[in-house]
Write a protein that binds this ligand. Structure first.
Ligand code: NAP
Length: 532
């Protein structure tokens, strides 16, 4: 495929007149062709207007039609073959087989899970309260409620998942599944991958009879592109994965609009790991190995990377800490996604390394600047130092973690109590540890969206029960998830119909349950018909 470097507005590539930028191979510093054009304000407006124009036609497509569109996107992505993977590899340095093939499978799997969800139909959460005209003292009206799509959605692709959280990733797939057209802001670190996938989506839209405005792609390296998109009055919701600074800026911009809209931003998290005494006595070396693997997986470029390990200062914890230091020192340096992310990592490491009372161990292998290398790093300290320096509890995005030794259980629990919101919190322990540390589990449930027992936070399963979210600053909306089929709820809103005749109701709310969806009828779940 000859890449054109243009924005794709409602299925059409459009040349722009503005400035351009190029992708870069972070492993070699080679500039990648072609140059990509920053979207102009006119192009962003055209993309949003096309999305708004497509909204009525798209939301009225049947569930089967919408599901077929999602499945066709997955098929078109697979049909791209090696070209997609090679470009993603060149732009991100993520390993082809060990990572990008799996990520492509995950991307397709997500699209197919959402297609199945849409076909099954119960996601609309239909609730029906039948009328009781004879009720005294007042008759009860007929009320029926379900979720409907919100309207055009702006999605920001993530740098760290060029496929699964980018152009056809979880945010775009869940918005499209809900019935919302998408205008996607490509991540400037992988513009070629973005163009290839966007063209596959445009092909799928045409092949399945979707309105062209259902999907557009805009490029940009300046914040202007993203903020213009978020401020556009026809955009009704935003999906974002990235930095706390970026997510917060977009959240604030959306809240300051004359019509505020929801921003579902998934941002920073250090994913604390609490290692309890019984587990340490049983397997301190294995825990150090597991922690090192999780911290360095994907060069630490996962929002679930465990950036904090806490335990009681005893011999077993010292063994754990010593072993982790040794393993991190021996870990290889590796290429990060793009130079700015590597710089942000090395700045973060430098900041923590200067703190008094913090021991820093870095990988022995020399990091090469031209290869965008990061050195795996572990910081070791005590609870008093940790509590005195807030920076130690802030995300350093990359292969780094902080190990904190506590004097006693009260100090360990106070660290947990002082945590901000995180995507995950992990406990390693024995059944006896769990009984003794029941308060810790309760505290952590108030701090994180997903609690993990005797596992590691990296490797997020895509499934209906997954919760990938958490209290601020992990996300801007603690009630939602950005992974798994429950993510669809972010782009839908409830509407109740009171006293409507059958023919004027959406099919999911009629007495005859033609689609057989699960509904709450007069307080009980049912797939049956209802009423008379
Ligand atoms: P980012 O800087 O937040 O950028 C993500 C996207 O948002 C880009 O398209 C960016 O476009 C846009 N953007 C950022 N700030 C904006 C603003 N103020 N107004 C409008 N648009 C804005 O994230 P990143 O490039 O992926 O990585 C930078 C840092 O984010 C990392 O070092 C890491 O700390 C964090 N990160 C976290 C996660 C996570 O899952 N928690 C994932 C990836 C990265 P422009 O750059 O063109 O403005």
């Amino acid at each position: 495929m000859q890449l054109h470097g243009q924005n794709i507005i409602a299925g059409q590539s459009q040349a722009g007149a503005g400035s351009t930028f190029n992708g870069l191979n972070p492993a070699t510093s080679a500039v990648l062709e072609p140059a990509y054009q920053e979207a102009s304000t006119e192009q962003i407006n055209a993309a949003v207007e096309a999305a708004a124009a497509a909204f009525d036609a798209y939301r009225h497509k049947s569930a089967d039609e919408r599901a077929a569109f999602l499945e066709r996107i997955a098929d078109e992505i697979l049909a791209l073959g090696d070209e997609l993977l090679q470009r993603a590899h060149a732009e991100t340095a993520l390993p082809l087989e060990a990572r990008l093939m799996g990520e492509r499978g995950r991307t397709m799997g997500q699209l197919k899970q959402f297609a199945a969800l849409v076909r099954e139909g119960s996601w609309v959460e239909a609730r029906i309260d039948l009328a009781q005209p004879e009720r005294a003292p007042l008759p009860k009206p007929d009320i029926r409620r379900m979720l409907i799509p919100m309207g055009p959605v702006a999605v920001f692709a993530a740098s760290n998942f060029p496929l699964a959280f980018s152009v056809a990733g979880g945010d775009a797939a869940s918005a499209l599944a809900a019935g919302c057209p998408v205008v996607l802001k490509a991540h400037p670190a992988h513009p070629g991958t973005s163009e290839i996938v966007a063209r596959a989506i445009a092909t799928a839209a045409e092949a399945t009879g979707m309105p062209a405005g259902v999907f557009s792609l805009v490029h940009g390296t300046s914040h202007e592109v993203g903020s213009t998109l978020v401020k556009h009055p026809l955009i009704k919701a935003v999906g974002f994965t990235g930095s706390l600074r970026g997510g917060r800026a977009l959240f604030d911009a959306a809240a300051a609009r004359p019509e505020p809209i929801p921003v579902y931003a998934e941002m920073g998290s250090i994913n604390p790991v609490f290692i309890l005494p019984g587990a340490l006595r049983e397997r301190s070396a294995a825990l150090a190995e597991g922690m090192k693997n999780s911290v360095t997986q994907g060069v630490g470029q996962f929002c679930t990377c465990p950036g904090l390990a806490v335990g009681l200062s005893d011999e077993s914890f010292t063994n754990f800490s010593d072993k982790l230091n040794e393993l991190m020192a021996d870990a290889p340096t590796a290429t990060m996604l793009y130079p700015a992310i590597a710089k942000s990592f090395s700045d973060g490491v430098r900041k923590l390394a200067h703190l008094e009372g913090v021991k820093t161990t870095q990988a022995k292998q020399t990091a090469e600047f031209g290869k965008t290398h990061a050195s795996p790093t572990v910081f070791t300290t005590d609870a008093a130092t940790f509590n005195a320096h807030h920076e130690l509890s802030e995300e350093v995005f990359g292969p780094a973690t902080v190990v904190v030794a506590c004097d006693d259980r009260a100090q360990l629990e106070s660290i947990a109590r002082n945590l901000e919101g995180h995507l995950t919190a992990t406990i390693h322990g024995t059944p006896e540890d769990l009984k003794e540390y029941v308060t810790l589990v309760e505290i952590l449930a108030t701090k994180a969206g997903r609690l993990i027992f005797n596992g590691y936070p990296t490797g997020v399963e895509v499934c209906p029960s997954m919760q990938h979210g958490g209290p601020y600053p992990a996300t801007t909306d603690v009630r939602t998830t950005s992974v798994g089929t429950a993510a669809i709820a972010r782009f839908a809103r409830p509407v109740a119909y009171q006293g409507f005749p059958q023919a004027a109701l959406p099919v999911e709310l009629r007495n005859e349950n033609a689609r057989g969806v699960w509904r709450l009828v007069d307080g009980a779940m049912s797939q049956a018909n209802c009423g008379e």
